[in-house]
Design a binder for this molecule. Structure first.
Ligand code: GLA
Length: 372
């Protein structure tokens, strides 16, 4: 088969409505794809190199195909790993890569916890699949994108982001069972419910390749081992008191309590959405935030302040979204109050001398798709 001149895909970032740090515990999460995303275009090159060009970077990265392996990129070029890693994952399946250029152009704010990396990986995976005629299906694209992130970039993340980016649907959140990888779209028509989902980018930087994310993950795995279950997913609210008695230290108890209660909140939230009760999910969102703050200990003062201000301002619910230690806060609000709520957060930040936050609203958008 002759290669096409070029192949382009667009893949979205995501907001996680609820279900945080549950994915690598084989649990449940409820993300939605959002309009900001990444466009990737793949085209052939005559030389045996992989070139990654970004509209957001001044200098492209070039890697000799013979040297394409984890660890090959310098710190400075590491951004290109999310794209190069997908090509590497395809080569690892036995496909001989020809010289190629990957051009990416993204508008998901980087480091904000909205999965700019999954948008990049998934758009590249779709474009490479088309360019090489690999015939991969959507679950395969998720797998390639995850391999790029976990095995090439080395971020020990749990797979929710790639699933959301590939399977996103307009006006639907996705109930993801991270053990079976089953995805159930549930209604999330914000406009019809007369609501808006406000996002505050706190600008407190969030970084998943540093140790804190991995530390949380290890603590959960240790708790599951001590409790004799394959993953914390295997425990529900009825098991909670017994699990608390059996865990030897307070940190492990808190980590496990977050995951067990968060799975329960996520399923409850999906139930409300399935039955058209979007206005009633606010309490679950706010309870999720309290659990991330007090039990999982992944929030930072900027994030807690935004949640506090938005709730005081009349939001139905508010929580940090994403991996944590900074990043974005979401709030379910009356659309007429979104702007004033965002201004109130900005004023509170100015009062504390924090970096000025950004704000915007999102709706549930379509997942990754071919362009042209
Ligand atoms: C990041 C990771 C996901 C997930 C969330 C927390 O976004 O990439 O896999 O673990 O953090 O819910």
């Amino acid at each position: 088969m002759t290669e096409p001149a070029a192949s382009s895909w667009r893949a979205p970032g995501r907001v996680n409505l609820i279900g945080e740090h549950t994915d690598y515990n084989d649990g449940f999460c409820l993300p939605l794809a959002i309009a900001p995303g990444c466009t990737a275009t793949v085209s052939p090159l005559a030389e045996p190199v992989l070139e990654v060009v970004s509209a957001q970077r001044d200098v492209p990265v070039e890697i000799a195909l013979a040297e394409l392996r984890p660890g090959v990129l310098s710190e400075q070029d590491s951004w290109a790993g999310y794209a190069a890693g997908v090509a590497w994952a395809i080569a690892a399946r036995g496909h001989r890569l020809p010289g190629l250029s990957i051009t990416v152009d993204g508008d998901v704010p980087a480091g904000a916890g909205l999965s700019s990396s999954a948008a990049l990986e998934c758009s590249v995976a779709g474009a490479l699949n088309d360019q090489f005629g690999l015939g991969l299906d959507r679950p395969d694209l998720v797998t390639l994108a995850r391999q790029a992130e976990n095995d090439f970039v080395g971020a020990p993340t749990g797979g929710m982001d790639q699933l959301a980016s590939i399977f996103g649907e307009r006006d639907r959140a996705l109930l993801c069972d991270m053990r079976t990888l089953a995805v159930e779209p549930v209604p999330l028509d914000l406009e019809a419910a007369g609501l808006a989902l406000l996002v505050i980018d706190t600008k407190a930087p969030h970084q998943l390749t540093d140790g804190l994310y991995g530390e949380r993950r290890s603590a959960c795995e240790q708790a599951a081992r001590l409790l004799g279950v394959p993953a914390l997913r295997d425990l529900d609210l009825e098991d909670l008191a017994g699990a608390m008695d059996r865990l030897p230290d307070e940190t492990l108890r808190r980590r496990a309590r977050h995951v067990i209660t968060e799975n329960d909140r996520t399923l409850a939230c999906a139930d409300l959405l399935r039955t058209g009760q979007l206005r009633r999910i606010g309490g679950l969102l706010t309870a999720s935030h309290a659990s991330m703050r007090d039990d999982f200990e992944i929030t930072v003062p900027e994030v807690d302040l935004a949640v506090e201000v938005l709730l005081a301002f009349g939001a139905l619910g508010a929580r940090m979204t994403g991996g944590g230690f900074g990043g974005c806060v979401i709030a379910l609000v009356d659309p007429a109050q979104a702007r004033a709520g965002a201004l109130a957060v900005r004023a509170a930040y100015a009062g504390r001398g924090y970096t000025e936050p950004a704000s915007f609203t999102v709706t549930a958008a379509d997942g990754a798709h071919r362009l042209s």
